[in-house]
Design a protein around this ligand. Structure first.
Ligand code: ZN
Length: 129
């Protein structure tokens, strides 16, 4: 998956929060064009629950832009950049990958059918306007 380099800096900046932060990446054909930040209703250090209204409006916006949901990202404050058991069990968009940010580490995983498969993230994507 190709992602604009500027998004890497943004995700690492958000992940400095002591609680989990989360959002979406959308685009077309494995190329990410848009980044969404969604409120974590769980306000927890080890759990996230996306604000439903924001999820709905983000998905609408993607659709109107002709983009697909490509990834769900969230942070692991003090944890590792790998999916937890909860992440695997509660991954709600099987076609999207999970991107996990911990400090300056960031990694992507397919969690389809509760199987973990690491996905290559290429941060050389064009910068969005
Ligand atoms: Zn997690």
């Amino acid at each position: 998956m190709t992602i604009p380099k500027v998004f890497l800096d943004i995700l690492i900046e958000y992940a400095k929060d002591s609680r989990e932060v989360c959002g979406f990446l959308s685009g077309k054909n494995d190329r990410v064009f848009s980044l969404f930040v969604i409120t974590n209703m769980a306000k927890s250090r080890d759990r996230f629950r996306m604000a439903e209204e924001e999820v709905v409006s983000a998905l609408h916006l993607m659709e109107s832009e002709g983009e697909d949901l490509l990834a769900i990202w969230h942070s692991h404050p003090g944890g590792r950049a790998e999916p937890s058991l909860v992440d695997i069990r509660e991954h709600s968009f099987p076609e999207a990958i999970a991107i996990i940010v911990s400090g300056s580490s960031i990694a992507g995983f397919s969690l389809k059918n509760e199987k973990i498969l690491e996905i290559d993230l290429d941060w050389g994507g064009i910068d969005c306007e």
